[in-house]
Write a protein that binds this ligand. Sequence first.
Ligand code: PEP
Ligand code: MG
Length: 327
Amino acid sequence: QTKEYEKLRDLPAETMDGERINLYVNVGGNLDLEEIGKQCPEGVGLLRSEFIYIDSEFFPSEEKQMEIYERVYKQMGGDGKSLTIRTLDIGADKNLDYYEMPEEINPSLGLRGLRFTLAHESIFKDQLRAILRVAHGKNIKIMYPMVTNLWELEAAEEILNDVKAELRAEGKTFKEDIEIGIMVEVPSVVLLADVFAQKVDFFSIGTNDLTQYILAADRQSSEVANLYDGYDPAVLRAINMLSEAAAKYGKKVSVCGEMGGDPMAILAFMSFGIFDLSMLSAFVPRAKSIIRNVSLEEVRKLKDELLASKDSEEVREILKRSLRGKL
Ligand code: PEP
Ligand code: MG
């Protein structure tokens, strides 16, 4: 199979009827960084920047961050590809040795992601400065994690504008018109998708957290592992709702949670009109192989059936049936 996959390397992720699917990779550590050069068709769809903070002795300086973002950009193959940097996403399950998070009974529902960086403006500003400066002349985008409300996005926008003004005053070069996207991880964003769609440049669905918050089942708890299921039709309906609202405003949607590289889920996303997927680089060849073995026309027919499903078992049946002989 490895040989088969090797052959796919230079072939596009294109369906039998000619629809191109854009595949990106997720980077969450130095190990991934070494792998991306080998296999990242369109670039990095999710740079989990927290690994830079976790690997440091203290909050990394602007210069240190710039160095690493530069390295990622170069490693993925540079121009012609795109790099989406997610701003610091700590809290809940991700902690830093050198920083004591507040005690909370429910950290997953507490101070994490964008909530944390909005509450710690200087940490946020250092990161935004680093990204803006490296992004100059490059295809680099910013993505905020764990967005819940519109006012958070507006607060982030204000800070970003302040940072730009500071850089301008210092005479530093940076990317003025950087694209801003948000992770779709909290159900409120799905319910207000039309409102957010008028505000952002793109969406990226974080199925790991979205599943956890839609089903109120901790992604890390083995006690409720039977409930935590991305194939639950409630999750699929949410993804489709988001995709439809975004399309109305011409905004791109990608998937960057673990489901993005899952063979059965890929068919579901394609049926909802989502053609941008980000995954661990190891899953790219398998994803390509599936995409090249289906026709979009056939896949599109799954949409209504998936959305009408009563439970995840039904969803799995539909997708398993459709994948038969395609892997
Ligand atoms: C997600 O929640 O799906 C996601 C991609 O973010 P993380 O797994 O880093 O929380
Ligand atoms: Mg997440």
